[in-house]
Write a protein that binds this ligand. Sequence first.
Ligand code: HMG
Ligand code: MG
Length: 303
Amino acid sequence: NLPREVRIVEVGPRDGLQNEPKRVETAQKLELVRRLVESGLNTVEATAFVSPKWVPQMSDHKEIMSHLMAAIEGSNAAISFPALVPNLKGMEAAVEAGAREVAIFASASESFSKKNINCSVEESLERFRPVLELAESEGIRVRGYVSCVIGCPFEGRIQPDSVAELSRKLVEMGCYEISLGDTIGCGSPGSVSRMVRRVQQDVSTDKIAVHFHDTYGQALANILASLQLGVAVVDSSVAGLGGCPYAKGATGNVATEDVLYMLQDLSIETGVSLENVVETGDWISKELGRRNGSSVARALLAK
Ligand code: HMG
Ligand code: MG
C-alpha cells in the first residue's frame, strides 16, 4: 500500500532555525536554501512572517523571501518557498516580498494556541480568513498546519476528533494541504495511525502531509505508519535541525537524511540526492556548531 513517490517538504530553514539561540546570518540562511534546492528539494519552507519580538531569528523574513523569489524568477523549475504567516499583517508582508506560497498554523490544543500565537483556536481561524481571502485574490497557495496532533505540552493527549475537525475546517477555508504536526514528538505508530485514520474520514489522503519531531525517537516509525495509510507528503529538516520556541523540550524535526535513507530502501522516489543533503547537513551543523542530528548522516560521514 506504500506510495511510489513521496514529496519531501524541507522545513530546516524555518522550523530548524527558528529556535536557534544564536543569530544566523541572512547570507548563511540563503546559502542553506540554495544548497537544499540543489539537492533536489523543490519545496523548502524558507522563513516565517511572524513577530520579530516573538521569534527574533525569523526577523529577516522580507530579505530572505525577496532574494529567493528573485533567484528563481524566470525559471521554469517547480520550486516553492512557503513561508509561515500567523495573521493578515504577516500575509501582507509576505505578499510584498513576493511569496507565492504561505502556510498558516493552527493548533489542535487550546493552550498551545494561546502560548504560540496568543489567541484561541477559534480566534486563530478568524484571523486566517482574511489571510485566505488575500491569498485567493493574489493567486497564492496556502498550506495549513495543525500542531499538537498527538499531544500538547500543556494539556497532554489530544483527541483525534479535534485534529480531524480542525483539519477539515482548514481545507474548507481553502488550504490545499494539511500538515499534521506532532509538535512535541510524543506519538508512536499506534497513536499516529489512529489519528491519521480519523483525519482521513474528513480530509482526502492526497491533502494530508505529516510533520514529525523526533523528541521520543519515534519519527521514522511514525512516517512509515503514515505511508502505509497512503500519505505521500513528508516534512523533514536537514540534519534534524529544529524545535519549537513555544514547546519546551521539543527537539528537532525528523532528519531529511534519515527519511531519504528509509525511502530509498523502500524504492520510493523523491527526486532528492541523499548524498547532497548529507553534505549540506554536515556543512550547516558545523556552521551552527551543533552535533549533526541525523543518524544516517553521522554513519555515512564516519565511513
Ligand atoms: P500578539 O502580540 O498577540 O500580536 O502576537 P498583536 O496583534 O497584539 O501585535 C503586537 C505587536 O506585534 C504589534 O507591534 C504588531 O504590529 C506586531 P507593536 O505595535 O507592538 O510594535 N505584529 C507583527 N509583526 C510582524 N509580523 C507579524 C505581526 N503580527 C503582529 N505577522 C503573533 C501575535 C501571532 C504575531 C505572535 O504570537 C507571533 O508572531 N507568533 C509566532 C510564533 C511562532 O512563530 N511559533 C513557531 C512556529 S509554529 C511551529 O513551529 C509548529 C509547526 O512547526 C508545526 C508543528 O511542529 O506542529 C508549524
Ligand atoms: Mg514543527
